[in-house]
Design a protein around this ligand. Structure first.
Ligand SMILES: *[C@@H]1O[C@H](CO)[C@@H](O)[C@H](O)[C@H]1NC(C)=O
Length: 333
């Protein structure tokens, strides 16, 4: 039994090494010394700049139809195909559904239809609030709510919501060019996965932080009707908060958000070890769901999913819960 467990453990480690993916990293550093430094400064007021919600939700987004850069088994469809196939639509209650095809059978190892949208507007800094009633999850499924700048990784990437397969906690990650690190002295509640944000050559894992709350991702997120992810991006740093549906601060609901009253974020990257202004600019906002590929595929077996990811992609019933249900995305300045 011990030998079996050791073999399992080695296989698990090897998965991470072989994956070579931006987002896979099992090294943890927990010797953090929290300080009193808190990213949001009191007294800043934020004004609503854009809100994507309701019947006009998709007016502000383009549908990306290129190959998935993370090698997923997906065909990202155009807006007209997404609309006619029921993969992107606004419901009569004003919530927006962004789904993976859960009706068609595809070949083992083939591609399944999915959606990736990116905002027409680009943003440099701001306070971003995303309210989701549900997010995609399940074996082979890899959803993300994120933003990315030009000339990756020069313009930076902020992964606000991301996970794979049967994962139960959200992973938040920055990707940058050289010279940006996560300062573990900043006050935040998540577990640090890696402190090197620079993504290049063989190491694309970025500087990730894992939420500690089981309501932050997948089934656990959906079963309580989701919640809000808020992230503040300014000269002092980038911080991400997660609020379960029942504990969304009243100032968020009232559209007068004040992050200085929200307590410690789940993740925070302070400007003390990363020049935010030079590493992050002109970001498009992105919502997508891919399948298998560099992370969900590589971590498939160690996630406790049956058979292979190539087999999972073939069966539409595996994607019944692979849906985003968006209340709104708001951007404040
Ligand atoms: C949906 O949004 C429209 C436009 O803002 C509003 O008039 C309508 O009452 C909303 N419907 C629901 C069910 O909230």
């Amino acid at each position: 039994m011990q030998r079996f467990i050791t073999a399992l453990f080695l296989a698990f480690l090897l998965q991470g090494v072989l994956a070579g993916h931006p987002h896979v990293n099992y090294v943890r550093h927990r010797s953090r010394q929290p300080t009193s430094q808190v990213h949001p400064r009191a007294g800043t007021t934020y004004k609503l700049q854009d809100i994507y919600q309701g019947q006009s939700f998709f007016h502000g987004w383009d549908f990306f139809t290129g190959a998935d850069p993370t090698n997923g088994n997906v065909d990202f469809v155009s807006q007209s195909e997404a609309t006619s196939s029921g993969l992107a639509y606004v419901q009569s209650d004003n919530t927006t559904v962004i789904a993976v095809d859960d009706k068609s059978t595809v070949a083992v190892g083939g591609n399944r239809k999915s959606v990736r949208i990116q905002s027409k507007k680009t943003y440099t800094q701001g306070l971003f609030i995303a309210d989701f009633y549900s997010m995609p999850h399940g074996c082979g499924v890899w959803p993300a709510w994120w933003s990315t700048g030009p000339n990756w990784p020069a313009g930076g990437e902020i992964d606000v919501v991301e996970g794979v397969n049967l994962g139960q906690t959200n992973q938040m990650t920055l990707h940058t060019s050289d010279g940006c690190a996560l300062d573990t002295a900043a006050a935040f509640t998540g577990h640090t996965l890696d402190t090197t944000c620079a993504s290049s050559g063989g190491d694309n894992s970025g500087c990730g932080v894992e939420d500690t709350n089981d309501n932050s991702y997948g089934h656990g997120f959906n079963i309580i009707a989701g919640g809000v992810f808020a992230h503040l991006w300014d000269d002092n740093g980038i911080s991400v908060w997660h609020f379960p549906r029942g504990s969304i601060p009243a100032d968020i609901t009232a559209q007068t958000p004040d992050p200085s009253g929200w307590g410690n974020p789940a993740a925070s990257w302070a400007s003390s070890s990363c020049n935010i202004g030079s590493h992050f600019y002109d970001h498009s906002l992105v919502i997508d769901t891919t399948i298998c590929g560099d992370w969900a595929g590589a971590a498939y077996a160690s996630s406790g999913c049956p058979n292979t990811c190539a087999e999972a992609v073939a069966d539409p019933s595996n994607f019944a819960t692979a849906k985003w249900n968006v209340n709104y995305i708001a951007v404040y300045k």
